[in-house]
Design a binder for this molecule. Structure first.
Ligand code: TRP
Ligand code: MN
Length: 446
């Protein structure tokens, strides 16, 4: 294979990059980003690879969750805290309900860029450049604000840094302590079916902790009860940004993309000879690849060969997004091909992206039953093939939004406009997310 460098992606066909109006301005920004400190440390990425290797081997489960697209405008300590809360709640439900360790990976602290099906869109008869995420342009349908602005790369870096800082503080500073399980349940969740089920588990955890204390175990000394390892991930889409944050580790002399612990490649940019695969081939972070219903077994194997030639467990995560109706026919040939090739991969289900439709009142939405249906199909396929359904990848928010339909406290089509605040795709609200965690825990137990 040809020589790799952080810039070698530039010799490959590249999809989904913005039309930056001023190439020099972009170069200047990429250069200054290159001088800023890394957001994560190579040793952390290695530790995550080892954890994901445990998942690939069937000894742990991956919960990858967060916003579809983080926003420059809807950004506050409260929104970060509330997202973390719901992910911790899901992790508690999954860990307690299944007895399997859960690796907690946020779509957060860098999840800003969006691939688009068309470079332009028409709003009220005016053709505008498509919104590509706040790292590129603004979502407001105003031509001047849709022009890609490289200074946004710097803003995204700083927002990622402060988000990650708060996450590190929360997850190691006492907020994620198991003695806080009740405190993560927000008012609007407590009053729901999922919230009440969650409270019951929280009470059992309290009892278990009291029991251990009564047995003479010194709980204070057990760091694992008081902290969690929380990892960050995003789609590596804007390659100039990722390149600028790619650094050589002084311990191993290997390259790491220090913008996040884990990076993934989207369904639209996974061409094996394309720029995105070329870029991620050379960094040593754990990487993911999304696979949609048109993916073939040969493509999946080629991606494994290119991205993980040394067959390191935990290095590669294949994230299928097939649709509830398609998963049981489209996924088995991929798993079969990868298994036959002997590649250690971690299989994860993204039950969101192939279950999106437009409601009668014109809102992009997803139905809870379809999300659950795809996860059920994913588990059924793995059961039939004797492989491990390693995790789920979901879009959620800690807020009480009305973006996805269904759930125990049913959101109806007429409710969608009430609190529809997403910058991009519809997200599960906190109740729907916890409800989903209970269902997944049941599938894991079965
Ligand atoms: N550290 C353990 C873990 O991550 C236990 C734990 C502490 C935990 N706080 C948590 C688990 C919050 C889930 C959620 O599994
Ligand atoms: Mn999305």
């Amino acid at each position: 294979m040809s020589e790799w460098s952080p810039r070698s992606w530039k010799d490959r066909p590249v999809e989904q990059q913005p039309d930056w109006p001023d190439a020099e301005a972009l170069e200047r920004v990429v250069k200054s980003l290159g001088a800023l400190p890394p957001l994560v440390f190579a040793g952390e990425a290695r530790k995550l690879t080892a954890k994901l290797g445990e998942v690939a081997a069937g000894r742990a489960f991956l919960l990858q969750a967060g916003d579809c697209a983080e926003s420059f405008s809807d950004y506050s300590a409260d929104s970060i805290r509330d997202k973390l809360k719901v992910i911790l709640q899901m992790a508690v439900v999954l860990t307690y309900g299944s007895g399997v360790p859960v690796v907690k990976l946020g779509r957060i602290a860098g999840q800003f860029a969006k691939p688009r099906s068309s470079p332009t869109e028409t709003v009220d008869g005016v053709e505008l450049p498509s919104f590509r995420g706040h790292i590129v342009n603004d979502d407001a349908p105003i031509a001047a604000l849709r022009v890609p602005d490289p200074d946004r790369l710097i803003a995204a870096y700083h927002q990622s840094a402060s988000t990650l800082n708060l996450l590190r503080a929360f997850t190691t500073g006492g907020f994620a302590d198991l003695s806080q399980v009740h405190a993560w349940n927000q008012e609007f969740v407590t009053t729901s079916t999922a919230g009440r089920r969650y409270e019951a588990i929280a009470a059992e955890i309290d009892r278990a902790l009291r029991f251990m204390r009564a047995c003479g175990i010194e709980l204070e000394a057990e760091a694992s009860l008081h902290q969690v390892d929380f990892w960050t991930s995003h789609e590596a889409l804007i390659l100039g940004y990722e390149e600028a944050l790619t650094r050589e580790d002084s311990l191993t002399n290997d390259w790491y993309d220090c913008s996040a612990h884990m990076l993934w490649i989207g369904e639209r940019t996974r061409a094996v000879d394309g720029a995105h695969v070329e870029f991620l081939r050379g960094v040593h972070n754990p990487v993911g690849v999304k696979l949609g219903p048109t993916a073939t077994g040969a493509e999946a194997v080629a991606l494994c060969e290119t991205l993980n030639p040394d067959r390191v467990p935990g290095r590669i995560t294949l994230i299928s997004r097939m649709g509830a109706k398609t998963v049981e026919t489209a996924l088995p040939p991929l798993i079969q091909a990868v298994s036959d090739a002997g590649h250690p991969v971690l299989w994860v289900c993204d039950p969101m992206h192939a279950n999106t439709f437009t409601s009668e009142n014109g809102r992009k939405t997803r139905h809870f039953e379809d999300v659950l249906g795809e996860i059920r199909g994913f588990f059924a396929v793995h059961k039939a093939l004797g492989t491990w359904p390693g995790g789920v990848h979901v879009e959620l928010t800690g807020d009480d939004v009305t973006e996805c339909l269904g759930g125990a406290e049913e959101v109806f089509e007429d409710d969608l406009p009430l609190r529809y605040t997403t910058t991009c795709d519809p997200r599960l609200n906190a109740r729907q997310s916890i409800d989903l965690a209970f269902r997944v825990a049941e599938l894991l137990r079965a």
